[in-house]
Design a protein. Structure first.
Length: 213
């Protein structure tokens, strides 16, 4: 049976485990595998582009909510200005120092930081700019989707990932290494097939406080 949907994947996992009493647990095994995928995968399919309009009439126009599927930022530009100038990342403490030194004078944003679930800009915007963000997105969870790009293109990763999570639950530790090897090979193949030089040429990416830019 092709397991190109969430429902068929669960059936295939049940068949591999040869256990009919784990139906209620299999969604948890898949969700745990997805958590690992989000940490380990670095491929172009995870890149997403979004725009956001600054509400200049807001009490805090320097803050914008990040997309719901946001994981880490690649770049931010002001798309409403000719040339789309790029904003530069600063850790939050350095951005606070700049804001204090400038006495929070408004202007065209030049820097950003990630603050919780929000994007913080400096200077505080003086006009209703539109931002363009390119960010690394979370994998669309199968619990909320019938399928996604990862299951369609790499079903083996899902199968091995879920089986690896199932074995400790069943206290069947001797099988963990088997599925872990298959999962590792699948993740390596997905990452190495990516044509995104920024992901594959590590020095081009900058990691600060857990965020990759």
């Amino acid at each position: 049976m092709p397991f190109d949907t969430y429902a068929n994947l669960q059936i295939e996992i049940t068949n591999y485990l040869a256990r009919g009493d784990l139906a209620a647990e299999i969604p948890s095994f898949i969700a745990l595998a997805e958590a690992k995928f989000n940490r380990a995968l670095k491929c172009v399919e995870m890149d997403q582009r979004a725009t956001a309009a600054i509400d200049i009439n807001s009490d805090e126009p320097q803050f914008l909510s990040l997309p719901a599927d946001y994981q880490s930022m690649r770049r931010v530009r002001i798309s409403s200005i000719s040339g789309k100038p790029r904003l530069f990342f600063l850790p939050s403490d350095l951005l606070d120092e700049k804001r204090f030194a400038a006495q929070d004078a408004p202007g065209q944003p030049r820097y950003f930081t990630i603050f919780g679930g929000e994007l913080e800009l400096f200077p505080t915007p003086d006009a209703a700019y539109t931002l363009e963000m390119v960010y690394r997105r979370l994998i669309p969870p199968l619990a909320l989707n019938a399928s996604n790009w990862l299951l369609t293109n790499h079903p083996d990763a899902y199968l091995y990932g879920a089986l690896m999570e199932a074995e400790p639950y069943m206290k069947n530790d001797q099988r963990i290494a088997t599925w872990a090897q298959g999962l590792s090979a699948a993740i390596d193949a997905i990452n190495s097939s990516s044509n995104d030089a920024a992901f594959n040429a590590g020095p081009l990416a900058v990691q600060v406080s857990g965020q990759v830019f």
